[in-house]
Design a protein around this ligand. Structure first.
Ligand code: NAD
Length: 352
C-alpha cells in the first residue's frame, strides 16, 4: 500500500452554544478587528450582534451563492478605509466562499462558523464565478484557522435546505472512498460519516431530535475533511458542470445526481463500494444507490433535474462538457455513457 497523508491544520470546536466562543477564537489568532461575512438575514445579523460585542467588528452581508466576482468586489469596496485583521464567516458555503475569496486577496486569516452541511469550512478549496464561469482552486491561505460547529445554529435551517445540504456532504464521502488519493484515514472518516449522515438525516429534520442533528453535523464535518484530503470524481464534475453551465442550485443538484453516480460506478473500485454499502447499512453498492434515491423522498427533496431548471436538450451538451477535461473516476467513460445517467437523473427515475 502507498499513500500520502497531510495533517490538516484547523482547530475545530464542536458543541451546543459554541458560537459564543467566537470572540475568544478571534483573540486566539491575536486579532481584535474582524470583518464578519454572511448572507442577508435578520436572524443571522441579530445572532452576531448578540455574540460579538464588546469586540469591535463590522458586518458585510453581501455573500451570494457561487461567490460572484461582484460580491467579492463589493466586499473589497466595503473594506476600503477600514482596518480588519481577520475574517469571520457565519453561514453556509456562500458566506465561507466569500471569506475565502477575500483571504486570497488580502491574506487575512479566516474563522468559519458553518450553518449548513456543505463542508467548505474544512477545505483549502476556493471558487469565484465571473460571467457565469466558476473558477476553483486550492490554496492554503483560504483554509480556515478555526472552525466553530454549533448545532444550535442549525435550528433555523429549513428542512428543505438542510436535507439537500446533508446529501452534498454525503457526496463528498462517497467520492472520497473511491478517490485515487484516498488513504486509510479518509476511508475511516468517509465510511463513518456516511453512516452518521444516512442513519440520522431523517430524524434530524423532524426538529426535536438534537442527537440526530449533532450526528449529521459530525458527518458533515468529516465530509468536509475528506473533501479537503482527496480529489473528487465524476459526481462532482457533473454537478460543477450542471451548476456552472445551467445555474442549477448547488446542494439540490448534488442530491439528485448522487444515486445515479453510485450506480454508474458500482462495478468498479470494489473495496470502496463495499465501504459505501456498509456506510448505508445495505449489502451492495447498488442497494446504496437505491437507498440514496429513497433518501430523497424521505427528506422531501426533488429527485429530477428537470424540476431544478434543466431542459432535456441540455443533456447531451452537459455530457459533452463534463468529459472535456481528464480527471480520475473509477469507471472510465465518454460522453455517450453519461447520456443515460443524465437522462435518468433528468426524469427522476430510480438509478439503474
Ligand atoms: P448557502 O450558503 O448559499 O446557503 C443556502 C441558503 O440557506 C442561503 O439562503 C442561506 O442564507 C441560508 N442559510 C444558511 N444557513 C442557515 C441557517 N442556519 N438558518 C437559516 N438559513 C440558513 O448554500 P450552501 O449549500 O451552504 O453552500 C453552497 C456554496 O458552497 C456553493 O457555492 C458551493 O460551490 C460552495 N461549496 C464550496 C466548498 C468548498 O470546499 N470550497 C464545499 C461545498 C460547497
Amino acid at each position: 500500500m502507498e499513500f500520502l497523508f497531510t495533517m490538516p491544520e484547523t482547530r475545530v470546536l464542536f458543541g451546543r452554544g459554541a458560537f459564543s466562543k467566537l470572540k475568544e477564537e478571534v483573540g486566539r489568532l491575536g486579532c481584535s478587528a474582524p470583518l464578519v461575512l454572511t448572507t442577508p438575514s435578520k436572524r443571522s445579523r441579530e445572532r452576531i450582534e448578540r455574540a460579538l460585542p464588546p469586540l469591535k467588528y463590522e458586518l458585510y452581508d453581501g455573500a451570494r451563492m457561487h461567490v460572484p466576482l461582484e460580491s467579492v468586489e463589493g466586499a473589497l469596496e466595503f473594506m476600503k478605509g477600514r482596518t480588519f485583521d481577520c475574517l469571520a464567516a457565519v453561514g453556509g458555503g456562500s458566506s465561507i466562499g466569500l471569506a475565502k475569496a477575500l483571504a486570497l486577496r488580502t491574506g487575512l486569516p479566516i474563522i468559519a462558523v458553518p450553518t449548513t452541511y456543505a463542508g467548505s469550512e474544512m477545505t483549502p478549496i476556493w471558487g469565484i464565478t465571473e460571467k457565469g464561469v466558476k473558477t476553483t482552486g486550492r490554496d492554503g491561505r483560504v483554509l480556515p484557522k478555526s472552525v466553530i460547529y454549533d448545532p444550535e445554529l442549525f435550528a433555523s435551517l429549513p428542512a428543505s435546505v438542510a436535507g439537500v445540504s446533508a446529501m452534498n456532504a454525503l457526496a463528498h464521502c462517497v467520492e472520497a472512498l473511491y478517490a485515487e488519493n484516498a488513504n486509510p484515514v479518509t476511508d475511516l472518516f468517509a465510511e463513518d460519516a456516511i453512516r452518521l449522515l444516512t442513519g440520522n438525516l431523517g430524524a434530524s429534520l423532524r426538529g426535536d431530535d438534537q442527537e440526530a442533528l449533532e450526528s449529521v453535523l459530525r458527518g458533515a464535518w468529516m465530509g468536509g475533511m475528506v473533501l479537503a484530503m482527496t480529489t473528487m470524481g465524476l459526481h462532482h464534475k457533473l454537478c460543477h458542470t450542471l451548476g456552472g453551465t445551467l445555474d442549477l442550485p448547488h446542494a439540490e443538484t448534488h442530491a439528485v445526481v448522487l444515486p445515479h453516480v453510485i450506480a454508474f460506478n458500482r462495478e468498479h473500485a470494489e473495496d470502496a463500494m463495499k465501504k459505501i454499502a456498509r456506510g448505508f447499512g445495505v449489502t451492495t453498492a447498488f442497494d446504496a444507490a437505491r437507498a440514496a434515491h429513497a433518501l430523497l423522498t424521505e427528506i422531501g427533496a426533488k429527485n429530477a433535474l428537470k424540476d431544478l431548471g434543466m431542459k432535456s436538450e441540455d443533456i447531451e451538451r452537459i455530457a459533452d462538457l463534463a468529459t472535456r477535461n481528464k480527471y480520475y473516476n473509477p469507471r472510465p467513460f465518454g460522453a455517450a455513457e453519461l447520456v443515460p445517467l443524465l437522462e435518468n437523473a433528468y426524469w427522476g427515475r430510480p438509478p439503474v
